[in-house]
Design a protein around this ligand. Structure first.
Ligand code: HEM
Length: 199
């Protein structure tokens, strides 16, 4: 087995006789095509741009690069790949990634959302059906939350105890049903009408 498509096809084969499995309905192949196209459309430009920013900041901020490198070297070493178990010990690295996601936010204006019910938000009446464009930057660059928001400071995500802190205003992946965690084990649920939930 080489990749996601192989795993998906294998699962379809294994579940062939199960009536109520999500892998056996008529939508299954369509679902596979949609999922693969989602990965290409939404998953390539986002990550490449973010990684490019990360490399730029590592180059520009040599002291941060040295700190991140020293820690990875000490915890992971050179003989194996990092794993999620290491994450707990790689506080500087996680804080660095979070600060890249905050400062280099790629989704300044988020995808459009439709207001599902008549809503009152502060002084605004928002009728059902209104198209909303959430402004993620207004949260990620709010000086009341981050102090000097233009400044690249991974330490804003490190508590006094030396652990990673996640302020609720940190929303580079936005909020709600589709949330990616910064540990990069990407978890996403498709829209509710979709018969297949991927978790
Ligand atoms: C740095 C990396 C990424 C960032 C900052 C990012 C950010 C976002 C944001 C802000 C949204 C809109 C959420 C909403 O409106 O509720 C979104 C949607 C989405 N993202 Fe990402 N994303 C990233 C990487 C990825 C990757 C790697 C994948 C897939 C492999 C992916 C798949 C999706 C999908 C399927 C949607 C939903 C699109 C829709 O509602 O039609 N994203 N992402």
């Amino acid at each position: 087995m080489e990749d996601f498509v192989d795993a998906f096809l294998l699962e379809m084969k294994n579940k062939r006789d199960q009536k109520h499995s999500t892998f056996t309905s008529e939508y299954t192949i369509k679902q596979l095509i949609k999922t693969v196209s989602d990965v290409f459309v939404t998953g390539t430009e986002t990550t490449t741009t973010t990684i490019t920013w990360a490399v730029l900041y590592l180059t520009a901020k040599q002291d941060i690069q040295a700190r991140v490198f020293r820690k990875i070297n000490a915890i992971v070493g050179k003989d194996r790949l990092p794993s999620l178990q290491d994450k707990h010990y790689l506080v500087c690295t996680e804080a660095f990634i979070m600060e890249v996601l905050r400062v280099c936010n790629i989704a300044t204006v988020n995808l459009p959302h439709t207001c599902a019910v008549d809503t009152k938000l502060r002084d605004f009446d928002i009728p059902k059906g209104t198209t909303l464009l959430p402004d993620i930057d207004s949260m990620l660059f709010d000086p009341e939350i981050w102090g000097d928001p233009e400044e690249f400071r991974p330490e804003i995500f490190i508590s006094e105890e030396g652990t990673v802190t996640k302020q609720e205003e940190f929303i580079p992946f936005f909020t709600g049903r589709i949330i990616f965690s910064t540990n990069y084990s990407i978890t996403f649920s498709m829209r509710s009408k979709n018969p297949y939930e991927i978790n």
